[in-house]
Design a protein around this ligand. Sequence first.
Ligand SMILES: [Zn+2]
Ligand SMILES: [Zn+2]
Length: 149
Amino acid sequence: MAARHPTSYRPVTPVRDLLARSGARITPARETVLAILLEAPRALSHLEVEQAARQRGLTADRVTLYRVLDWLVGQGLAHRIEGQDRVRRFNAEAAVEHAHAHFHCTRCGQVFCLEQPLPRHKPQLPEGFRFEGMELTIRGLCPTCSTQT
Ligand SMILES: [Zn+2]
Ligand SMILES: [Zn+2]
């Protein structure tokens, strides 16, 4: 089982097909941001998405990119990860289909989506608490950092 998405990962479904499936208008910003997330070997912060978009020649302001990211999450095309460092990161949903655990490297701060699924059972909660969702973040050192120890 791969610990993270291989860097050679390429989506089976082209970006445009994924977007078309949602029935929404395909804009350069939506197409570029989704392609960035699909190709990234790890989850990306707002800033990293912004930098990658600029490298690809996308001239969209920060607010537009934030809206695109939120839109992709709303469409189920991407997911948001609340980091231990309070940084929000994003990754394409198509990369890992199911609800899954995340790995946060405590040295370099990178966040990876793991293939490992979350427990299927709802946690037992005290009387009066209502379940909405669950996240699992595993902390440790990524392959690069663990070899530098
Ligand atoms: Zn690391
Ligand atoms: Zn993930």
